[in-house]
Design a binder for this molecule. Structure first.
Ligand SMILES: C[S@@+](CC[C@H](N)C(=O)[O-])C[C@H]1O[C@@H](n2cnc3c(N)ncnc32)[C@H](O)[C@@H]1O
Length: 212
C-alpha cells in the first residue's frame, strides 16, 4: 500500500469519532493554552478501553486541559475516580472547568499539581484499573516502572505518543525522546506479566494488559 493511501486511512480513522461540544470546548482550552491534546481516535479508544475494563480507578499522567480526562471519565464506572497529575496549575484549572461542565461531581476527580516522578511513587500498589501516560516522552521509562507496580492484574497501561511524533520507527533517529519511547516499549515487552500491542491511532498508542 502506498504511503499516501496509508495516510488517508489514518486521516479517515481520526475523522470517525463524532465528538460532543464538551470535547470541542476542551480542545479549545487546550489550544488557547498551547497544550497538545490526544487525537479524536485516541480519545475514543480511551473511552472504549475504560468501558471494556469497567474501570473505576484510573491514573493519568499529563492532565493537559482535560481532553483525555473527559474521554477516560466517559468510559469509567459512574462512581469511578480519575486521579490526574500535571505540573501546570493553569492546565489543571482548565481541565477542572471541562469536568464540571460535563457534570462530573468534584469527588469523581482527584487532581494533583506536581511532577509525576514525585507523585507516582506515593500511589498504591495494584490500586488502579488503568494508568494512562501522556506527559514527557523523555521520562517514559521512569513512568513505566511505576505504572507496572500501580496497575492491578487485568488492568491496562496506556502510553500516548508511543511513536514519539513518528520518530520511533526510524532506527537512525537516536534523539533522547525516540530512545526513551523505544525503551518504554521494551520494558513492557520484557515484563512477562504484560502483553503489549502498539496501535497506529494518533501518534501511536501503546496498550499493555497486566496478565497476572
Ligand atoms: C500532552 S499534554 C497532556 C494532554 C492531555 N492528556 C489531553 O489529552 O488533554 C502533556 C502535559 O503533561 C504535563 N507535564 C509535563 N511534564 C510533567 C511531569 N513531569 N509531571 C506531570 N505532568 C507533566 C504538561 O504540563 C502538559 O499539561
Amino acid at each position: 500500500m502506498s504511503t499516501e493511501a496509508k495516510f488517508s486511512n489514518w486521516s479517515y480513522i481520526e475523522s470517525r469519532p463524532v465528538e460532543t461540544d464538551l470535547f470541542a470546548r476542551a480542545r479549545e482550552r487546550s489550544h488557547a493554552l498551547g497544550v497538545p491534546a490526544v487525537s479524536p481516535a485516541v480519545a475514543r479508544l480511551l473511552t472504549v478501553l475504560c468501558t471494556t475494563n469497567k474501570a473505576s480507578t484510573v491514573v493519568e499522567v499529563g492532565t493537559g486541559a482535560g481532553v483525555s480526562g473527559l474521554a477516560l471519565l466517559e468510559g469509567m464506572t459512574s462512581n469511578g475516580v480519575l486521579t490526574t497529575i500535571d505540573t501546570d496549575a493553569d492546565h489543571i484549572r482548565a481541565a477542572k472547568e471541562g469536568f464540571a461542565e460535563a457534570g462530573y461531581r468534584s469527588n469523581r476527580t482527584r487532581t494533583i499539581i506536581g511532577r509525576a516522578e514525585a507523585v507516582l511513587p506515593r500511589l498504591a500498589d495494584q490500586g488502579y484499573d488503568v494508568v494512562f501516560l501522556d506527559a514527557q516522552v523523555a521520562d517514559l521509562p521512569r513512568y513505566i516502572e511505576q505504572s507496572t507496580r500501580l496497575v492491578r492484574p487485568g488492568g491496562l497501561v496506556l502510553v500516548n505518543d508511543a511513536l514519539d511524533q513518528d520518530r520511533v520507527p526510524r532506527p537512525q533517529d537516536r534523539s533522547e525522546t525516540a530512545v526513551s519511547a523505544r525503551e518504554a516499549e521494551r520494558l513492557l515487552n520484557d515484563d512477562d506479566r504484560f502483553l503489549t500491542t502498539l496501535l497506529g491511532v494518533g501518534t501511536g498508542l501503546l496498550v499493555a494488559v497486566r496478565r497476572h
